[in-house]
Design a binder for this molecule. Sequence first.
Ligand code: FES
Ligand code: FES
Length: 213
Amino acid sequence: MRVNLTVNGRPHTADDVWEGESLLYVLRERLGLPGSKNACEQGECGSCTVRLDGDLVCACLVAAGQAEGREVTTVEGLAQGGEGDGGDRLAPIQRAFVEAGAVQCGFCTPGLLMAADDLLARVPDPADADIREALSGNLCRCTGYETILDAVRLAATRTGGAGTPEAPEAPEGGGRPCASPGRPRGSPSAATGPAGPAGPVGSASPCRAPTAC
Ligand code: FES
Ligand code: FES
C-alpha cells in the first residue's frame, strides 16, 4: 500500500508498505530518518518516540497505515527551531543534554529528547516529579538518569518551558522521534493491563499499547 504523511514539515510518500509495517520502519528504512531508534520494538523503551499529530507515540507500535495523512515529528526535526548553523543547529533541550553530560551511548537520547521537549512545551517550570513522570516511559542503560534530570532542569531555566516550536519546513532528508494514534504514552493497555513494568525514573510504564504507546 501507499502511505502519505508529513514528516518534520515535509510531505513524504512511501510505496509498497506492508500492512504490518511500523511507522518506525518507514521513518528509518524508507524515509532515511534514523534518529528514532529501534531498541526493543515492543513499546517498552521509548527510544522510538515521535510526535503523531502532536501526541507522543512509540513509532514501533504505530502501524504505518495509521500515519496516513498525518503529521509526524521526529528527533531530527527538533533542531529545526534551534540555534546554530547546519549540523550544529540544536534545540535548547538538545544543547542542554550535551552540556549536562546526559548523552553516553546515545541510544535512548532521541526518545528522551522528544519526551523532554514535549514536557517543556506543556509545563513551563516543571518540578522534579513532573520531569520523572514525563520521562518514565524512556529507558536508559547508561546514565543513571541524574544527568538527564539535570539537562531537563537546565533547559527549563533557559527556555521558560517554551519547548521547541513546531518546525516550519525541514531540509531535504531532514526529519525529528511513544503512544498510539488512539492512546497516549504511558497509558495502560488492554494487552498488559495497568501493572506493566516499572519505568526508570517515575512510576508510569513505557509504551505498552498494541498499536501505539
Ligand atoms: S523501540 Fe522500544 S518502545 Fe519502540
Ligand atoms: S545513554 Fe546509553 S542507553 Fe541512555
